[in-house]
Ligand binder design. Structure first.
Ligand SMILES: Nc1ncnc2c1ncn2[C@@H]1O[C@H](COP(=O)(O)OP(=O)(O)OP(=O)(O)O)[C@@H](O)[C@H]1O
Length: 593
């Protein structure tokens, strides 16, 4: 799996499965016209650059020997013009490529985020938040230099190498062949170094993700509470030190592995001009010697050839490193979306929603071969009625709630709202039909008003206050320093559990769903909070189908029907009195507390 960064064979498989040249090129496809424009500029820039050495040859072989000052002035003016034009075209090209590169990265980031948004709960349950963060932010930023600089460098270097190679062939083909002999060896060495660094980059990114996961996990409110109350701070620091040390080592290795081999390339390129002069000297003895001007121009051209050639090798290396980053990004992009919306989903207007819920032999298991968490549960809940689900811990109550919200799809049977299978409803209709208030409601790090408006962006201030009043939280919010503009803190930490639940209720009230799914807090609430919650819930559930995963006796007693779950099965159902008389699991649960 991807989480095993040290297994480079596994990495090879994974990269081969997810990354292909075609796929990476596909990212550039929407910008092909602009890229063609940049390519044209690059060719223009290198064509302009090529004129320089020819002008130089004319200076040495013609203007200087013949003392032709006018020609010399003309040639020098030409050289200045060439330098100016090349610089201007180069600058323009840098601006354009950086824009294209950033646009591609932006597309990729948004695509990844949107894709992750649509993945099932199972994916997030099994993945560290820090790992996800690191791929969305770290890995994509890692591609930055590839997209912005490498792209333009590649184009520039390629066209420069091609043009210069042609030019030296024209100058003197014998010297050209001598110069070009260096290519195969350097390419081979560079390929080896690149291969090494790719695997190291993969390991480095995995380690960086570990680091981000540890920070995310331990430097959050619950993480800090856990560490402090268990006095495990020093242990966590040690763990962090180890990961950070690994990361530092991998950083160094991924940048420097094969540096000696790489040095060989630099050496070969550096001595090439000297060897060319020697070859030129040897040619002097033949019938067709190279002129001094040709030799000088050849060396000037070599300079022009060598730096882009070296750059090409470096780009090859960077691309291999980028492959490791692409593997991490594409691996997530290739995760199948399990919960999908039908092509022509059923859309119901709010006015036509009644709120009847039907479960028809519903079955669900978290693992394909595992024991089902919900087993053949059949149940019809009439619109407007109140249902309480009770059962021992681990009996499948929460899972049933997840299935109702389509956070997982059933493995067998069906769930229907107003006679329509959940899988046929549009996502919007489903979210409009079912309001969920969980035991640990999640609040965004934003103001109270923004948190409420998350449910209904166009809600007026009066709507917010009305909803908060129904949820019995308005009086509490108005006495806060900034009232509805008060920041709720990370995860809503500024508020108590009961307050958070009431804020979540207010949020749900704004959506006005016909069906409510409530997961009651298991912890005992004090009498005042309990009363406030009951009032809020009563107000909220009026005229709605209410399904409550119930822990409070008052909820259970007030329900029209009680469903008793055990080990994924629906084992008893009826009113409180009927079930007490039956003296089964329900009665024993009541006795047990
Ligand atoms: N993500 C998961 N992966 C695998 N098994 C899970 C997962 N979530 C829950 N389970 C298992 O499914 C079963 C039902 O769990 P569920 O959370 O629905 O029970 P519950 O009745 O809500 O319990 P509680 O009252 O303690 O909240 C349990 O055996 C639990 O261990």
């Amino acid at each position: 799996m991807s989480d095993d960064p040290d297994d480079s064979a596994a990495y090879g498989d994974l990269a081969a499965r997810h990354v292909s040249v075609r796929r990476v090129l596909g990212l550039f496809a929407p910008y092909r016209i602009r890229i063609a424009g940049v390519a044209a500029l690059m060719i223009l820039a290198s064509a302009i650059g090529l004129a320089g050495p020819f002008l130089l040859r004319a200076v040495i072989d013609v203007a200087l020997p013949q003392h032709d000052l006018t020609l010399l002035l003309g040639l020098v003016a030409g050289m200045v013009a060439v330098a100016l034009a090349a610089a201007a075209v180069g600058a323009l090209q840098v601006v354009l490529t950086s824009r294209i590169g950033q646009a591609i990265l932006h597309d990729l980031r948004v695509r990844l985020y949107a894709h992750l948004q649509s993945l099932s709960l199972g994916f997030f349950a099994g993945t560290r938040t820090g790992e996800v963060q690191s791929r969305v932010a770290g890995d994509i930023s890692g591609l930055q230099s590839l997209m912005t600089e490498t792209g333009s460098d590649l184009g520039r270097a390629l066209s420069a190498v091609a043009m210069t190679a042609v030019a030296i062939l024209i100058l003197d083909w014998r010297l050209a062949v001598f110069v070009l002999l260096i290519v195969p060896g350097t390419v081979l060495i560079s390929h080896r170094v690149a291969h090494l660094r790719e695997a190291l980059t993969w390991q480095r990114q995995a380690r960086a993700a570990d680091l981000s996961a540890v920070v995310q996990e331990t430097l959050s409110v619950p993480g800090v509470i856990l560490a402090r109350t268990m006095a495990r701070g020093p242990h966590l620091t040690q763990r962090f030190t180890r990961i950070s040390g690994d990361l530092a080592r991998l950083e160094v290795r991924s940048h420097t592995a094969g540096e000696w081999q790489w040095m060989l390339i630099g050496f070969a390129l550096a001595v090439l001009p000297a060897l060319t002069l020697l070859a030129g000297g040897l040619l002097m003895r033949t019938d067709d010697p190279a002129s001094i001007g040709t030799l000088v121009a050849m060396i000037a051209l070599q300079e022009q050839l060598l730096w882009p050639f070296e750059q090409l090798l470096e780009i090859g290396r960077d691309m291999r490193k980028a492959r490791a980053l692409f593997a991490r990004i594409f691996e997530y992009l290739d995760r199948p979306v399990e919960i999908t919306e039908r092509a022509d989903p059923v859309i119901l207007p709010r006015a036509r929603m009644r709120g009847e819920v039907q479960l028809d032999r519903v079955r669900f298991a978290y693992a394909p071969s595992g024991r089902p968490a919900v087993h053949d549960v059949s149940l019809t809940i009439p619109a407007g009625s109140r249902i309480a689900i009770v059962g021992p811990t681990g009996s499948g109550k929460t899972t049933l709630g997840y299935l109702l919200a389509r956070l997982h799809d059933v493995d067998g049977g069906a769930i229907r709202f107003d006679g329509v299978d959940l899988r046929d409803l549009s996502f919007d209709t489903l979210a409009q039909m079912l309001g969920v208030v969980s035991q640990e409601p999640y609040l965004l790090h934003a103001s109270v008003a923004e948190n409420l408006r998350f449910a209904k962006p166009d809600a007026s201030e009066a709507d917010l206050i009305a909803a908060a009043r129904v949820a019995q939280i308005h009086d509490h919010v108005v006495v806060l320093p900034d009232g509805y503009d008060t920041l709720v803190g990370e995860g809503g930490h500024r508020f108590s559990g009961g307050e958070k639940q009431r804020l979540a209720l207010a949020r749900t009230i704004l959506r006005d769903p016909p069906i409510l799914l409530l997961d009651e807090a298991t912890s005992a609430l004090d009498t005042r909070t309990e009363r406030a919650m009951s009032l809020a819930l009563d107000a909220l559930s009026k005229g709605r189908t209410t399904i409550t995963i119930a822990h409070r006796l008052s909820t259970i007693r007030g329900a029209d029907r009680i469903i008793v779950m055990q080990a994924g099965h629906l084992v008893e159902q009826g009113t409180h009195d009927e079930l007490v008389d039956r003296a089964g699991l329900y009665a024993s649960l009541l006795r047990g507390g």
